[in-house]
Design a binder for this molecule. Structure first.
Ligand code: GLY
Length: 339
């Protein structure tokens, strides 16, 4: 993690020699000139690109470029680019090395790190994917200055999630973080981004395949993924991933309050922080049965019953398995306007 890292590409990727770049139409202008001569594939921006059709197009491009098993792919963009490019890298010739250069906040603190790759499939989020860790994740916080405001805000939800898991100094610093500090990529913002990455890296190193401690990173995601998937089916009402995670964090905090006796103060603090960043904290018109049906599709559901990650306090989360379906109604209560 360092400001000015983009200008030092491809030297910063050494000893890897990049052979192919995947970007999207929004991130292409940020591509350093030193990478511009490489063969590349440019995706339409947005979640819709995490599709079977785009995966096939990318695999055809890798094939046409003649990449062999040692060819190094660089994914240059947000979570959509790194998820799709990472999956293609895991499939081409049964797996080629790749590096991630995440340019969005969600990408920098979460999506690009940890080797989870995916597309959305059959209406579900991230339902097809693989574990194929990148050789390197190079983060330049200065890239965030080019990000639309709503994407920056959405990324803050993933920052808050990670800080809540970690507690301590990272949590305190995150509660003080504001959007201008991020846009300036000042020292405080850079420290928070580096802190989130280090928390995630620590969990992934212990549990790449998400059977143990890594599951903490799904905090806010059981509700979040369901709300995001539902929203994407209503034209014009689509939630960004981070916006859905923000709502999911509040749902998880509400369930923690009801089922684990956690004081309401935690949910209030999270709500205040998310609103101060300009993120939505309510959602009307949700049908609990539809949300439950989405959760049933969740690939992390095991043994037919729900699993939730619950925040007990900053630095303390609990994986609660085998929950009854009623928790859905309880959690969604946190999103009722005026609650
Ligand atoms: N985004 C959660 C994880 O990588 O495990």
């Amino acid at each position: 993690v360092a400001t000015g890292l983009l200008a030092r590409l491809p030297a910063a990727l050494a000893p890897a020699t990049p052979a192919f770049v995947v970007a999207d139409e929004n991130t292409l202008p940020l591509l350093p000139p030193a990478l511009a001569h490489l063969p590349r594939h440019v995706l339409p921006p947005g979640e819709a690109s995490k599709s079977w059709a785009e995966l096939e197009r990318l695999l055809l491009a890798l094939d046409a470029a003649g990449l062999d098993r040692d060819s190094h792919l660089v994914a240059f963009g947000g979570g959509v680019v790194t998820d799709l490019a990472g999956l293609a890298a895991s499939l081409h010739r049964r797996g080629i090395p790749w590096s991630a250069v995440p340019t969005s906040l969600v990408g920098q603190v979460d999506a690009a790190c940890g080797g989870k790759t995916a597309i959305d499939f059959a209406g579900g989020k991230n339902t097809i994917g693989s574990f194929h860790p990148p050789r390197a994740v190079l983060v330049d916080p200065a890239a965030l200055a080019s990000l639309p405001g709503e994407h920056l805000r959405a990324g803050l939800a993933e920052v808050l999630k990670t800080a809540l898991i970690a507690g301590g100094e990272l949590y305190a610093r995150t509660l003080e973080l504001d959007l201008p500090a991020l846009v300036r990529a000042d020292a405080r913002a850079t420290a928070v981004i580096a802190g989130c990455l280090s928390v995630k890296d620590g969990l992934v190193r212990r549990d790449l395949h998400d059977h143990g401690p890594r599951r903490a990173l799904n905090l806010g995601h059981t509700f979040g993924h369901a709300l995001e998937a539902l929203s994407l089916r209503t034209p014009g009402a689509g939630l960004l991933h981070g916006e859905a995670v923000a709502l999911g964090l509040l749902c998880a905090a509400r369930v923690a309050g009801t089922r684990r006796g956690v004081g309401a103060g935690l949910e209030h603090r999270l709500r205040d922080r998310l609103s101060a960043w300009g993120l939505g904290t309510t959602r009307s018109g949700l049908d609990p049965d539809a949300v439950l049906a989405e959760m049933r599709r969740d690939k992390k559901r095991r043994g037919g019953r729900l699993t939730l990650i619950l925040p007990l306090a900053p630095g303390r989360v609990e994986v609660l398995e085998g929950l009854d379906d009623d928790v859905v109604r309880i959690g969604l209560g946190a999103l009722t306007p005026g609650c």
